[in-house]
Design a protein around this ligand. Sequence first.
Ligand code: AMP
Length: 284
Amino acid sequence: MKIVSTVAEVRKEVNEWKKAGLSVGFVPTMGYLHEGHESLIKKAVEQNDAVVVSIFVNPMQFGPTEDLASYPRDLEKDAELCENAGAKLIFHPEPEEMYDEGFCSYVDMNGLTNALCGLSRPVHFRGVCTVVNKLFNIVKPDRAYFGEKDAQQLAVVKRMVKDLNMDLEIIGCPIIREADGLAKSSRNTYLSAESRKQAVILSKSIFMGKKMIEDGERDAAKVISAMKDMINSVSLTEIDYVEIVDVNTMKSIDTIKGDILCAIAVNVGGEARLIDNFMMTVND
Ligand code: AMP
């Protein structure tokens, strides 16, 4: 496995693979990799001849008061995980390699991003769409892998690929969780011991909301209210949102029907803003 930091080096490597007829899988990440990322890489290795992992904490997707500077980084450990999972190349650029002084082109979206995380993180999805578009142009993958953990991001990227006729397949992968249910996240490292204990309430509320719908509840407000009560039952949580939306439009729904996404964002202990969700198809 190689680690490179320039666009030219990625292009050289990938062009050689393509000349040899190899298919290319791609996993974009911000690093500090865990089993969630690993599951994406392993899926990509299964389905492609060669896999690129990008590790880039993208400044453009962070708001001015967010955690860009403190975002955890550990390239050595990440490289070990990528190599063991079977990746062939890590692309680890400096911000200057991605955004030179004159940079002024963006990919923006009007619709799916005006909800959920897009409301509390107004510049986030413009940054995500722009960097993912750039990375796709650099790596030219046949398939790219995204976690359902970031369900809105997955929907946004799928929509962008469709809208802009990008020639690759987007593959969603299930949420990987800690033993107690908490969705794995690089940001979990921000949590103190007490906050970590309380953070399990996110996944508990997700499992409870899902069970309510499985048991026949179709009133979105009732599910949301029960989930909020559960999250508020511990002291260190502050809810950003608990929403049930149509997964294709990200618009709130009153009656649970069709392809739905129930998504939550909760600040825990003032230390980390964590997200979780479930998706379901309801056909009755
Ligand atoms: P990040 O490094 O947080 O930008 O995540 C990179 C990719 O890994 C995104 O597609 C995430 O959705 C995915 N991912 C992060 N955490 C998990 C998880 N717990 N389970 C599955 N995928 C995940």
